[in-house]
Design a protein around this ligand. Structure first.
Ligand SMILES: [Zn+2]
Length: 240
């Protein structure tokens, strides 16, 4: 945001609120967060009320500003000062706010940026997950008999990115932890019938099991966008 836009937004609390909604700091409500009813309206400054369940909620609900009272225009200015890397002490003077308040504002901005960049990096949509082993001449079973081999866990976003990680084992806990770190909740994850994938649904993913031998026998069904990368990672299956 440049200074001209900032000056326009700064002069009006309502414009500042709209601006914060535009950039995703404040949530856009399309239904009541309590009962899901779509009929609601603004009842008093910064509060909505559901016409069905009669409950009220703040326009700040679910945002990083939920527990803060800082006016929206001051928060917009704080964003600009943060962007310009102005130290907290100097920002206190500019904003006419206490050190603790500005420190907290800068912290919530940092957290928001971190969360946003983490979310952008997550795989999403339709995702395939599979584990395999590197090294060792012995052909071992999964988990057992694979002691001389290095377990590798790969996740592929269809028509998207591939993430591959060496893991300490292929136990359920390890694979679930890796999946949570790398895949957006709500995504549809395809795996084979390996038991370590049990529990994906409990963590907010959609889960479908496929039979690799049948599925990948049909080339049209294999959606690997980077077969060369994938095959070099896993030689026992066309995917990963
Ligand atoms: Zn309601």
């Amino acid at each position: 945001m440049n200074m001209v836009k900032l000056s326009k937004v700064m002069t009006d609390e309502h414009k500042a609120e709209e601006f914060l909604r535009e950039i995703g700091i404040l949530k856009t409500f399309r239904k009541c967060p309590y009962c899901g009813n779509k009929q609601f309206g603004k009842v008093r400054r910064n509060f909505y009320k559901c016409y069905l369940c009669k409950r009220e909620w703040s326009v700040r609900k679910g945002s990083i500003l939920e527990r803060m009272k800082t006016p929206f225009n001051k928060f917009v200015l704080a964003l600009k000062l943060f962007e310009l890397e102005i130290p907290v002490l100097k920002a206190c003077e500019e904003l006419e706010l206490s050190y603790n308040t500005v420190h907290k504002l800068f912290m919530v901005i940092r957290v928001k940026i971190y969360k946003k960049s983490s979310e952008d990096n997550l795989l999403k949509g339709e995702v395939e997950a599979d584990e395999s082993y590197f090294g060792g001449k012995k052909k071992g079973k999964r988990g057992r008999g694979a002691k001389s081999k290095i377990p590798v866990f790969g996740i592929l976003e269809r028509k998207g990115k591939v993430k591959v990680e060496i893991v300490k084992d292929v136990k359920s806990e390890t694979l679930l932890k890796e999946t949570i770190r790398k895949v957006k909740r709500g995504s549809l994850i395809y795996t084979d019938k390996f038991r370590s994938y049990d529990g994906l649904v409990m963590y907010g993913f959609r889960h479908e099991r496929i039979d690799h031998s049948k599925r990948f026998a049909n080339e049209q069904l294999c959606c690997c966008p980077h077969p060369s990368i994938v095959i070099s990672i896993k030689t026992t299956s066309p995917c990963f």
